[in-house]
Design a protein around this ligand. Structure first.
Ligand code: 4NP
Length: 144
């Protein structure tokens, strides 16, 4: 019998910088552990500004330097996602507000968390939006 997959959706504003990177890192960690069959992994943006576009080249380069491939096409988060996924992992408080605008807390299935709830260096902090900054914005933070 196939076990039910845990469904995880990473969310940022544009779905071209942070959430595709988080998705790729998570996929990488899952693959390293041989657990691909246990997860369904995706990412989406609060906004549809970049819907249909590939990941930001700066995210791709940051990941490639660590042997991680970032792929996918930007899409906007939908109300349905909040029932289809078990976990929605947002990058910052603004994303959290965006989810709440889509649907009030308690009216959907997914459990929503900020990524940095698991960061011992900055528990519950924001993953800063790197879009308008230089390439260093993609390298900051704490390496896994
Ligand atoms: P992301 O970065 O939310 O990490 O994908 C951004 C990408 C685009 C914009 C903002 C943030 N934008 O305003 O177009």
């Amino acid at each position: 019998m196939e076990l039910e997959r845990t469904r995880i959706l990473f969310v940022c504003l544009g779905n071209i910088c942070r959430s595709p990177l988080a998705e790729a890192v998570f996929r990488h960690l899952v693959r390293e552990r041989g657990l691909e069959h246990r997860f369904h992994i995706d990412s989406a943006g609060i906004s549809g500004y970049h819907a249909g576009e590939g990941p930001d080249p700066r995210s791709v380069a940051t990941a490639r330097r660590r042997g991680i491939v970032v792929e996918g096409t930007s899409r906007q988060l939908t109300r349905q996602d909040l029932d289809r996924f078990d976990f929605v992992i947002v990058m910052d408080s603004e994303n959290l507000s965006g989810v709440r605008r889509l649907a009030p807390a308690g009216t959907f299935r997914a459990r929503v968390h900020k990524l940095r709830e698991w960061d011992p260096h900055d528990p519950g902090g924001d993953v800063p939006d790197p879009y308008y900054g230089g390439p260093r914005g993609f390298e900051g933070g704490h390496d896994i």
